[in-house]
Design a protein around this ligand. Sequence first.
Ligand code: SF4
Ligand code: SF4
Length: 250
Amino acid sequence: MMAAVSSPDCDRAEVSQTVDIKEKALSLGANLVGIADLDLLRGIDCQPADLLNSYDYAISMAVKLPNAIFEQLDDRPTPHYARVYQQVNILLDHVALQLSSYIEDLGYRSLPIPASQLLDMEKLNSHLSSKAVANVAGLGWQGKSLLIVTPEYGPRVRFVTLLTDMELDADSPLKNSCGSCHFCADACVAQAIRNVPTEFHYADREEALDFKKCSDKLLTEFMLIPNVEAPICGICIKVCPWGRQLKKRG
Ligand code: SF4
Ligand code: SF4
């Protein structure tokens, strides 16, 4: 832990360390990186419950999914989509492990959280919500689909989290910019998205989503598709206009 008293020199050191860490994350293969102040996430569901106790900041990193993979999706995930999804998770874990080692070599604590390790298949929970961390780290807002929508790639990204006690300069959460859009609610294959607006984030996931309808679709139908075999969908990711902007750029 660093000293609690802040001075201009101390602030400059934090900014410089933060720039270094962000450049390192990007050089390792992340497309986006942000810093979350863990004080804004105390009390969040974690496994184990004291997971955040020894840490002050979380580094959130995103890797984008290729646009072309979404052109395959109609009303269900394909084996190809499932494989790309898995490969991006492996890349995220690889980036987080290497950044963790870099931070430890600088003399700080660092714990990478696996990108997609589900601990509770019913609730689809992991050690820590990477989406909640990405939101607090300013990488994107919590959309009506509960996906994190990034200004750069929409929701066509996957996230990984790394906890650290290194003193860093935290980013600020983004305001919701869904506006009057309801593409994801219209396209949802389980009619689960409630099309409820919010300014920053929802009180809980039920406010935005009928979670049971969504999870039933994923667990009892999509997960049984040969060579998919994971609780994934992709449809609300595909239709978000913030992600589809990429097609015009690319
Ligand atoms: S993941 Fe699929 S079922 Fe769940 S909210 Fe998105 S479109 Fe609907
Ligand atoms: S599809 Fe529209 S409403 Fe849904 S998350 Fe994207 S911007 Fe928000």
